[in-house]
Design a binder for this molecule. Sequence first.
Ligand SMILES: Cc1ncc(COP(=O)(O)O)c(C=O)c1O
Length: 496
Amino acid sequence: MQLPLRIDPAAGKSLQLQITEQIRLLILDGRLVAGARMPASRQLAQDLDVSRNTIMAAFGRLIAEGFLVAREPTGTFVAERVAPEGPALLPLVDARPSAAAEQRRRRRLKFRGEAHEVVAPHGHELEFDFWVGRPDARLFPLRHWQALLMRKLRTGARHLCEYGDPQGVLALREAISAHVGATRGIAADPARIVITNGIQEGLNLLAWLLIAPGVEVVVEDPCYRGAAHVFAGHGATLRPVAVDQDGIDCAALPAAALAYVTPSHQYPLGVTQSLARREALLAWAAAAGAYVVEDDYDCDFFYDGAPLPALKSLDRNGQVIYLGTFSKSLGAGLRIGYMVLPAELCEPARKAKALLNNCQPWLEQAALAAFITEGGYAEHLRRLRQLYAARRNHLCAAVTHGLPEWRCSGEGGGMHLVVQLPARGPDAQAVEQLARAHGVGVYGISHGNARLWNVGGDAALERVLLLGYAALSETEVSEALLRLRQAVGTGVVSEG
Ligand SMILES: Cc1ncc(COP(=O)(O)O)c(C=O)c1O
């Protein structure tokens, strides 16, 4: 550790006193915390260009005052309790902003945005959590991943010491190009791919490129909250359009510069956009000179036959911006996603990515490239698909038998089920609370990271629950369903 000490030979104070006073202050204002190890006296002497005796004398005095403790043979540490006669502790962060700070905030703070819920809000207090979009961490290919990381470190560690291409590691872009070609029908030149810190960063880069205050953006109603907040945070005017069983209604799309859609498995309602609607959406974009952002967040999971190819695969005019992620198939902690861009957006996106964070971390990109090209990823997906399909079937059957008034949909793909609650009885918010009291997490649309405007005034949407099932085994699903039955039974009794 290097301490921020400044020695001034012209200060009119001995070097020892200057060092003593500054360390004392660092401890008192909390910048050196209780238990922190002090640098070795030899090292500190070298850093400050003073004799080691000077440091030893300063440490000796601080030990005598109770600020430091010597623990032989390990070293010198900040004392757990600082001498009470010292001056009052100065908090590092002001707990209550002053009037001046508040005024500064109002005048200067440009960002007025909202954010979605990134971490499951009640995870720690729930035994069974149907939090949406969470893969099962127990199924992460840990051994394989460890081996890939070690191999990449052995052969390419120099990349850890260098910046990489802001567009992403070429081997990964090539691997993704082959993957989306085979699985999503997208012809993606690696030069058109930008690796991102998940889809969320992709959305931000696009907003930076395309959204100025007042720009109109069509969004699905309901819509993924993380996207709605990004666009709104950049000043866009959102134009929500209702979703039915065929996806976003394309009959009367308003004029806009951009449409953000989730055609494969609409978030959150789980419907798949029909081919006719896809064609209508592309025709609208061509007429409006608009871009369509296709968020294909959970497309790796389809259970009943082959999925429809991506909307991007139908794009003959280069209007569709495709966003993919490894957050669902591997894990959100990896933070790797990608964009497939129309030609004219590649260079601007590359520049924006460079300005934002120079580049993505190299190691995980390199490991993932090998995982995909050597076949490990396809094998992992096959295994997950089988397991998640069994979990989905189990959950659907358990709901049908245990809670027959609940209607399931959205089960064709993805990682969550959409449940329509009956018109009578507790609504989604009430069921959420009842379930939580029984140790089970279920989520209404708004608490499931979706933004609902309900432009169509559909009362049924207030009675929709989202159940993410991928992270729960069949046994866990059974137990959770028993609890849910008890919870809802309790609700009906207490209401009646
Ligand atoms: C519809 C949708 N898009 C994007 C994301 C964000 O994905 P990423 O982790 O790649 O940023 C999520 C996360 O759950 C999502 O549900």
